[in-house]
Structure formats: C-alpha cells, structure tokens
Design a protein around this ligand. Structure first.
Ligand code: SIN
Ligand code: FE2
Length: 215
C-alpha cells in the first residue's frame, strides 16, 4: 500500500504556467482504472454527442457530462442546463471518485474548498480541435477550472486575458491535470488539432474532463 502510493507520487510533478495556473503531471494516474470505469459509466448513460454552435457549425469535439449541470450549445446559444436535452432527463450524478479527484487537484493547486457541480466530458478524435475561448458561462469565477486529460496526447494552448495575448503550447499526456483560477481564471485557452495515434487504454481518442462550479 505505502509502496504503491510512493510509486504514484514519483510519477507526479507540477509545472507552473503562470500565477493561478498549474499543470499537475500524472495526477490522475493513481486511480486510473476506476477513473476510466466511472467515465465509461457516465457516457453509457448520457452518450457523447456533437453539438451545434449558435452560428450553426457542428463542433468537432463530442460532449457529455455529469453532475448537477451540463453544458449545452444549440441554435439559441450556450448555457448550463440541469437537463440533458438529448435524453430529456437530468445529467448522470457525478461519481464520487471524479469529484474527489477534482477537489484534490484543486487543493494541491492552491484552491482548497472547490466544490464542482458540473463535470463536462469532451471527446476528441484525430482531427478534432477546440478553438481559443474563455470559460465564462460559470456564475462563480472564484472557483477554478480543473481539467483532466485521458487517452491520446494533445497540445493545450494557454494564453492570457485577451484573445490576442501570446499563447504557449503545453503538451498534455494521459493523466495530466491542469488547474487554472484566480488571476488566470478567464484566460483564453484551446486545444490544437488532435493528431493520429493509438492509446493503449483508450484507442484513437482523447477524453478531457473539466470540472467547474457552474452555479
Ligand atoms: C476546455 O477548454 O473546456 C477543454 C480543454 C481540454 O480539452 O483540454
Ligand atoms: Fe474551456
């Protein structure tokens, strides 16, 4: 038991991106199998689906979610919604393991007391990307965003307060967790086009979980 925990810690280190933003390398690996099972259970209940932007474009990233709120985009705009419009039912409950992973990551990044009420699940297949944006649909900007990367590696773009702020490219691997909040809470970010590959556990995809305090 002690030996296992120690081994996991040796795979974990932190990289500061700027004030308020940090990458916790390997942070999600400790409970990897249970974590993947929990994500699979959520998407079995609320399937991943490509949403349409208010401008009428089909998003390349497929989305689902769990917790009290999910993020929904359609012709009327973006919003957090307690009801999954596809199933006309509430989103699946947030599994306890996911919640505690997010709370622990936030605490180790300096945001103790994080209480996420939404976990968005994004699936990228090769060719999918997420253009530069701010996460600003949440009501409580004092809470950070906790972002967990699983599966194929990706390049995360992390910028600044303005759309044209310089961006840095941060490679993210399976098990890495990025936390941004405080002065970096509204910083622009995105994901470059996912490259082809095969992950031993997840195949040709990247799954990202973002935990938020939506309301
Ligand atoms: C997001 O910006 O909401 C997702 C980021 C990611 O997939 O790493
Ligand atoms: Fe985002």
């Amino acid at each position: 038991m002690t030996a296992d925990l120690f081994a996991d810690q040796s795979r974990t280190w932190r990289e500061e991106l700027c004030a308020g933003a940090v990458v916790l390398r390997g942070f999600a690996l400790a409970d990897e199998a249970a974590l993947l099972a929990a994500v699979q259970a959520v998407v079995a209940e609320a399937p991943l689906r490509q949403m349409v932007t208010p401008g009428g474009y089909l998003m390349s990233v497929a989305m689902s979610g769990c917790g009290d709120y999910g993020w929904v985009s359609d012709s009327s705009g973006y919003r957090y919604d307690p009801i999954d419009p596809e199933r006309e039912r509430p989103w699946p409950a947030m599994p306890a393991l996911l919640r505690s992973l997010a709370e622990d990551a936030a605490a180790s990044a300096g945001f103790a007391g994080f209480e996420p009420d939404a976990c968005l699940i994004n699936r990228y297949v090769p060719g999918a990307r997420l253009s530069l944006h701010q996460d600003r649909d949440e009501r409580d900007m004092s809470a950070p965003i906790v972002s967990v990367s699983l599966g194929l590696p990706a390049v995360f773009q992390f910028g600044g307060a303005r759309r044209n702020s310089p961006t840095r490219r941060v490679p993210l691997a399976h098990g890495d967790v990025v936390v941004w909040g405080g002065p970096a809470r509204l910083y622009y970010h995105g994901v470059l086009t996912l490259r082809d590959g095969e992950h031993p556990l997840l195949g040709a995809q990247r799954i990202n979980l973002t935990f938020r305090k939506a309301m």
